[in-house]
Design a protein around this ligand. Structure first.
Ligand SMILES: [Zn+2]
Length: 212
C-alpha cells in the first residue's frame, strides 16, 4: 500500500514548532481526523513534542481566525493518543490529530470567564472558529479523502470521560472507522475531549467549504 500521498503541509500553517525530526513517526495514508481540545489558552509545549498532535489551532480573537501550527506531516503519525500494548493501534492507525486550543470543560470555562480570560469554549464555539476547523476538514476531505462523517454521540465533558456517554468505539469499530471523531471516541483512551462540540454544524460547514 502506498503511503504519504497528497499534500503533507496544511497551507498557511506555521512550522516553527516542528517535532518530526526529533520523533520520526510512522508513514501512513490518513483516513481519520481526531479532534482534541488542549484545556489551555495558548500553544502547548507538548512535553517537548513527545505528546504532540499533527496540528494545533490557536484562536486569534482580534482577527477572529485560527492560527495553525503544524508539528508532523499530514500522513505521519503523531503522539497525542494513548496506545496500550496489545489491543488496537491508535496514533499510527492512519490518524491525523488536531489539538484545538481552548476547553470543553464547563468548570474551566466558568473560571476563565470569571477572570476575563479570552478563550474558546468549544461546545459553544463562535461560528468563525467552527468554520475555520471546518475549512481544515474540507481540505482533508479534498486532498486526503477523509470522509465528512463521524460518530453520532458527542456527549458533554465530564460525562464523556472514560466511556460515560457510551460514545467510545470498540476496537473493532475503531479499526474500520474512516471519518472525523474526537479523542473521546478512541479506544484505549480515557480523555473526554472535545466534549459536546457542535459536530452537526461543523460537518455542515465542512461540506459547504468542500464545495467552494
Ligand atoms: Zn485529547
Amino acid at each position: 500500500m502506498s503511503t504519504k500521498t497528497g499534500p503533507q503541509y496544511y497551507p498557511g500553517a506555521n512550522r516553527d514548532h516542528w517535532y518530526q525530526d526529533d520523533f520520526g513517526g510512522d508513514r501512513m495514508e490518513v483516513n481519520v481526523v481526531v479532534l482534541h481540545t488542549t484545556e489551555g489558552r495558548s500553544l502547548p509545549d507538548y512535553q517537548g513534542g513527545s505528546v504532540a498532535p499533527n496540528l494545533t489551532a490557536v484562536p486569534d480573537f482580534a482577527a477572529k481566525r485560527l492560527k495553525w501550527y503544524q508539528h508532523f506531516q499530514i500522513d505521519v503519525s503523531s503522539r497525542a493518543l494513548v496506545n496500550r500494548r496489545g489491543g488496537v493501534e491508535t496514533n499510527t492507525l492512519n490518524v491525523c490529530q488536531v489539538e484545538l486550543v481552548g476547553t470543553c470543560d464547563p468548570e474551566l470555562h466558568t473560571k476563565w470567564k470569571t477572570h476575563d480570560q479570552a478563550h474558546v469554549y468549544w461546545p459553544k464555539a463562535p461560528e468563525w472558529a467552527l468554520r475555520a476547523v471546518a475549512q481544515y476538514l474540507a481540505w482533508m476531505h479534498i486532498h486526503h479523502d477523509v470522509p465528512l462523517r463521524g460518530p453520532t454521540l458527542w456527549p458533554a465533558y465530564p460525562k464523556s470521560w472514560g466511556n460515560g456517554g457510551g460514545q467510545r468505539m470498540s476496537g473493532e469499530r475503531w479499526n474500520g472507522f474512516k471519518g472525523v471523531c474526537g479523542h473521546m471516541h478512541v479506544p484505549e483512551n480515557t480523555h473526554g475531549d472535545p466534549g459536546a462540540i457542535d459536530f452537526e454544524a461543523l460537518l455542515g460547514f465542512a461540506k459547504a467549504a468542500a464545495q467552494d
